[in-house]
Design a protein around this ligand. Structure first.
Ligand SMILES: [Zn+2]
Length: 330
């Protein structure tokens, strides 16, 4: 399980956690990562539905009955219950187990690869990315609440805990991440008369820039675009493109993720609650109504782009030293 972690990390980064026996520290890291993922999956479920993150305690998504404390223990509870609700037998989404395993391993790898504060910063970032990805996948929206908070939090972490990013790299990253996609979206709209980049992605990339700096933004754009193209291709070849989902109850909390002509109806409704966004949405809907080139937007519509950006950014955050070494050794 930990084989990928022992090799690349090494003791050089362990710093201030040398006093903690490695096995206890590693086990703690696994546990913290698994618990954070439970939080992330819960947040991704509750934020769009406007349910408080604190109350009620965890409940079954099918029968709404409260879950006993032990059934919240990450990974083990899922395995013990064989992925089914204790009370009603409804299947528990496999994303619970997937996210728990993923974040547990990420936490362990970060723990052995970075000084503690740096590892915590990167784990917080990856957790935010998981939330954004799940919400974007489900609703084609990216939660403002996470990305807005992520910009100052990311800047503070980069400045105080992440020497390989630093405050200057973080500031340039925010400007580059937010600015680049905003300008791209603007130009795209001028040329194609339809919305190519949603504001949700602008804020997501600004948060990414805050946490991993401008080199991280460049990596995210290139690698994310590559993954997105492959994903779009796969959907085009093997899958059926989904229609955009209905806007969630808490649509006010969200910025728009990339949406094209197919989604314009839902778009206007979700944005109408926000006076500032309503004007822009109305304008873009007007443009989209005049536009008949729907086939062009198939890939963008079929595949939410946020998860691909998030995967790319997460890879960079976790493997930054390895990637940097590899890049400069060529
Ligand atoms: Zn149930």
């Amino acid at each position: 399980m930990g084989n990928s972690c022992a090799g690349a990390g090494g003791a050089d980064g362990a710093g201030d956690v040398d006093q903690v026996p490695a096995i206890i520290g590693g086990a703690l890291a696994l546990a913290v990562g698994a618990c954070l993922s439970s939080f992330a999956v819960t947040a991704a479920y509750r934020l769009p539905r406007d349910i408080s993150l604190i109350t009620p305690g965890s409940f079954c998504e099918s029968c709404q009955r409260p879950v006993p404390w032990w059934a919240n223990v990450p990974i083990f509870a899922y395995l013990a219950l064989r992925g089914r609700c204790l009370m009603c037998g409804a299947p528990i989404a496999a994303r619970h187990l997937g996210a728990e395993l993923l974040l547990a391993l990420v936490a362990l790898y970060l723990y052995v690869s970075f000084p503690l504060a740096d590892a915590v910063a990167r784990l917080v970032f990856v957790t935010a990315l998981v939330i954004c990805s799940l919400v974007d996948y489900d609703w084609r929206l990216i939660p403002n609440l996470v990305t807005f908070a992520g910009v100052p939090v990311g800047f503070a972490f980069a400045w105080l805990a992440m020497p390989e990013v630093g405050w200057r790299g973080s500031l340039i990253g925010i400007a580059l991440g937010g600015g680049f996609l905003y300008v791209t979206g603007f130009v795209y709209q001028l040329v194609r008369h339809q919305e190519g980049v949603g504001l949700g992605d602008v804020f997501l990339l600004a948060m990414i820039g805050a946490f991993i700096g401008w080199p991280g933004v460049l990596f995210t754009l290139f690698f994310g675009a590559l993954l997105g193209s492959l994903g779009g291709l796969a959907v085009g070849l093997f899958g059926t493109p989904r229609d955009a989902p209905e806007p969630p109850p808490a649509a006010r909390e969200f910025a728009r993720a990339p949406q094209t002509a197919a989604a314009s109806g839902a778009d206007v409704r979700s944005a109408a609650a926000e006076p500032a966004a309503a004007e822009a949405a109305a304008a873009s809907a007007e443009l989209q109504a005049a536009d008949t080139e729907r086939s062009v937007s198939l890939l963008m519509t079929a595949v939410p782009f946020g998860p691909f950006l998030s995967i790319a950014a997460g890879v960079y955050a976790v493997f930054q030293p390895v990637l940097t070494t590899w890049y400069f050794s060529r």
